[in-house]
Write a protein that binds this ligand. Structure first.
Ligand SMILES: Nc1ncnc2c1ncn2[C@@H]1O[C@H](COP(=O)(O)OP(=O)(O)O)[C@@H](O)[C@H]1O
Ligand SMILES: [Mg+2]
Length: 275
């Protein structure tokens, strides 16, 4: 661990961020398969705390365990060792407090957009009617008004991913876990979606954990960047990104931004394994 700093002052000043830890990992290790039989240690001894309302990015080379970490935080995979807690409670499985957005939108092709958005509500046997209204409002907000009754194949990749984000938001989770959500999109769409995530965060104050392998995206979005290294996946540094919000794209061309990019790149290069 290079350095762990307390969160910067602007988090404390941020109205929606009292310093309450909402996600905590302690000495997390995840192995796939048996150690003796050539199993893979995807995560090794990872510890951190994430405060309520924080916007965090996780960067690291391909295969360093980013998805494994996010799935563990979502309660979708159990750590081999170590503990995880969400909102002060031990995490034992998927929680309605956290919702996941995957790299692929994973919409069911035989269901319309609104039916896809309402899936988690059906799974939890919650009343459909009030959530249908909420789904309409959210779809409207992300520019999908009029597409409620279309099928996924009728939408562009970016629109499908917006629908997947709405599906994650439908249950009003405190925490949004996003695993390279725009990795499959073209550069322009990706840039716009990144700005939209920032706007969503500014507006709702949700805790967002955003996995990316783009250094630029990580710096642009985050208050803190978790830098991971490969084999076995470790958390090697946590960087405070002390750049003011709201942020606009011209920030990327500033000297301070460049300095952060150089810092992250050096940490990743030190591993000699950049994706
Ligand atoms: N279900 C699985 N079974 C076995 N090995 C896995 C599984 N999921 C991931 N791995 C391995 O664990 C390591 C970390 O994978 P992953 O978390 O997907 O990394 P990242 O998201 O950073 O690319 C990789 O070596 C990968 O091959
Ligand atoms: Mg991954």
């Amino acid at each position: 661990m290079t350095h762990i700093q307390p969160p910067p002052n602007h988090i404390a000043q941020n109205a929606h961020s009292p310093r309450k830890t909402v996600l905590a990992a302690q000495r997390l290790t995840k192995r796939y398969g048996a150690r003796m039989a050539g199993g893979v240690t995807a995560l090794s001894d990872v510890s951190f705390g994430i405060f309520q309302g924080e916007l965090i990015s996780i960067v690291g080379p391909s295969g360093c365990g980013k998805s494994t970490l996010l799935r563990a935080l979502a309660g979708l995979t159990r750590p081999t060792e170590g503990t995880l807690s969400i909102d002060g409670e031990p995490l034992r499985g998927p929680s309605s407090k956290a919702a996941m957005v995957f790299q692929q939108p994973v919409l069911l092709p035989w269901r319309t957009i609104i039916e896809n958005v309402l899936l988690p509500i059906e799974f939890r046997a919650l009343p459909i009617a009030p959530h249908r209204e909420r789904a309409h409002a959210l779809l409207h907000k992300v520019g999908l008004e009029g597409f409620e009754n279309r099928y996924p194949y009728e939408l562009s990749g970016g629109m499908q991913q917006r629908a997947a984000i709405v599906r994650a938001l439908i249950q009003e989770p405190q925490i949004l876990l996003m695993d390279e959500p725009f990795g499959a999109l073209d550069a322009m769409t990706r840039e716009q979606m990144t700005l939209d995530v920032l706007a969503l965060w500014m507006e709702t104050g949700k805790t967002i954990v955003f996995v990316t392998h783009s250094i630029t995206e990580a710096i642009f979005l985050s208050q803190r960047i978790f830098v991971m290294t490969a084999r076995p996946g470790r958390l090697t540094a946590i960087i405070d990104v002390d750049l003011p919000f709201p942020r606009t794209l011209d920030l990327v061309n500033t000297q301070r931004f460049g300095a952060y990019a150089a810092q992250v790149r050096t940490l990743l290069n030190a591993q000699g394994d950049l994706s």
